[in-house]
Design a protein around this ligand. Structure first.
Ligand code: PDD
Length: 285
């Protein structure tokens, strides 16, 4: 596939960066993952805005504007034949390569900008009897306290994801030291109780997911399903009728097992199907 590196388009396997790049040495960078279905992006502006906010939060000096990012990503998608397939685009901006390894932010170093595309699956069917359901495990959230920043330093997330994966699950739901749900290692999390969708508030304990935003906004606008953003305890998670996870690659995905125990009656719920239809109708708008 064709990648983008520091102003140039080139075959992905030819892309090279310095081993002194701070993204490599310190995980000192910000990233995004944006889905494109048959050339149409989901939440493009919101993704770019989140990245620009993240870069400002860690003082990476990038002068690229929203319009320039959007043109660049759309261009990369079309160079990779995106009109005919479903592609995700990964965008990575690190603080750049200094001449030495020194913790302080260097001056006069150009950020490294790297983007590549990868295949993503077709959306799941809007059918509770046919959709792929996930099983998850749980763990105390041992990441840092700046989870709202989409940092490339993902070792904490990777270790939690691996906890789920090693035990035969596809995600790990996380809780803080007050036994409150935060999110999953690479997804936002939701419960459904008595028809109401409930998701943890957006603070420094979670990534402000773009899919989460589209879900909340589209459900509120459609109006037939009540949505609450509030603290969710793990007791509520275990007693929920439905549990969902969301991300740019999974959209809204139902969870039918937590730590080996069924969620609700162990099947994908009706609220999931209704919400996924509403989300699907709204996601490109
Ligand atoms: N993961 N929470 C975490 C910790 C995440 O890493 C992600 C996304 C999300 C969902 O955010 P969004 O809806 O904006 O994709 C929540 C991406 C896809 C990844 O790391 O591959």
């Amino acid at each position: 596939s064709i990648a983008y590196l520091n102003g140039e388009y080139l075959p992905l396997e030819e892309a090279r960066i310095s081993p002194l790049d701070r993204g490599f040495l310190f995980g000192d960078g910000i990233y995004e993952v944006i889905p494109y279905y048959a050339g149409k992006p989901v939440g493009l502006v919101a993704h770019i805005e989140r990245m620009i906010d993240g870069l400002a939060a860690v003082e990476i000096q990038s002068k690229t504007t929203l319009e320039q990012w959007s043109a660049l990503l759309n261009d990369l998608i079309s160079r990779n034949g995106g009109a005919e397939k479903n592609l995700g685009v990964y965008v990575h901006v690190s603080r750049g390569a200094d001449v030495k390894r020194f913790h302080a932010y260097p001056e006069n170093v150009e950020p490294t900008v790297f983007c590549f595309t990868f295949d993503i699956k077709d959306p799941e069917p809007v059918d509770r009897t046919a959709v792929h359901a996930y099983t998850v495990t749980t763990a105390q959230d041992l990441r840092w306290r700046r989870c709202h920043i989409k940092s490339t330093a993902l070792l904490g997330n990777v270790m939690h994801f691996q906890q789920g994966y090693a035990s035969g699950n596809s995600e790990c739901l996380l809780y803080n030291d007050k036994n409150e749900l935060t999110e999953g290692s690479s997804v936002n999390a939701y419960i459904v109780k008595d028809g109401v969708v409930i998701t943890p508030i957006q603070d420094n304990q979670i990534l402000p997911g773009i899919t989460r935003r589209i879900i909340i906004d589209s459900l509120k606008e459609e109006g037939s399903i009540k949505v609450e953003e509030r603290t969710v305890t793990m007791d509520e998670v275990y007693a929920a009728d439905e549990v969902w996870i969301s991300s740019s690659s999974k959209e809204i995905a139902p969870v039918t097992q937590i730590d080996g125990k069924p969620v609700g009656d162990g099947t994908v719920g009706e609220v999931w199907e209704k919400a996924f239809r509403i989300y699907t109708d709204a996601k490109f708008t």
